[in-house]
Design a binder for this molecule. Sequence first.
Ligand code: 13P
Length: 339
Amino acid sequence: MSVKQELLATIADLVQPGKGILAADESAPTIAKRFKAVGVESTEATRREYRSIIFSTPKLGAHVSGVILYQETLEQLSLDDVAIPKLLASQGIVPGIKVDQGKGPLVNAPGDEITYGLDGLGTRLEHYKSMGARFAKWRDVFHISDTLPSFQAIKSNAEVLARYAAVCQSMGIVPIVEPEVLIDGNHSIERAAEVSEDVLLEVFKALHRHRVDLETMVLKPSMVTPGKETGKASPEQVAEATLSVFRRVVPAAVPGIFFLSGGQTPEESTENLNALNSMGYHPWELSFSYGRALQEPAQKAWAGMLDNADKAQAAMKKRARLNGLARSGSYSPDMERED
Ligand code: 13P
């Protein structure tokens, strides 16, 4: 199989009706924060137990086409001693891997950050591929204020994101391109729209500069919402604001836009995805690549106890199923009452 055929086969497996991606690639500090919220200490053993439980959810593959893993999990065995990528593949789910190495301050741009991880990326990808990963993820982060992000931050982060995507594709790995515009702050939905448009425009210019094949990548953006401290917009307002920005700057050649949840509640992110898919014609598949919004209820149900595995799996199945319905605008909030 040529590299292009390999990429196209992965896209066909990832971008499927009724399905989205589960982002379970929390770094060690982030998963420690999530576990602490449910009273669990994060250790190699607790992370293995929790992730093994959720990936073993019966028929998870009916609604989840791919899972993004953290390096530790890619190399871990499930509770039944099956390699995690193999367990996912047995569910019909494509294993993927987070490859950025976090972020830090962007020098001479106070308040802005830059994502790390290009050094040695090719070698790491070779290893991840040998372990079964078929797609990768890289996250850029943009803070919103009246003055942030600076053009310097937008441009530099777009550049590294595009370079990452080009390296992935050269090795037959589908890149998930994630420019996250943070929800933190008290900005308006109009300000979020303005920043999202500026960011996405520079991202696609950089992708073009680096000759990234748009047909074999997935975009993972934030929805356009008001800041967390501003109050909520209705799902229709979110869908309208998001689509009007995306129509201007995301080429129709991109097969899938898989949103992150970014701090929205599980119900909100399902309702917003449903509104996006109910809003008439758009040239891309609109789906989910949620971390918190898919996992929060499962983490609460598990609470660090293996005996709660069935409850955790039921919670995971429910969110995956409801988001699967939101893929075609077939979700309704009444469904939250069903098990
Ligand atoms: P959230 O859905 O919790 O924002 O996580 C998605 C993700 O992968 C962030 O990089």
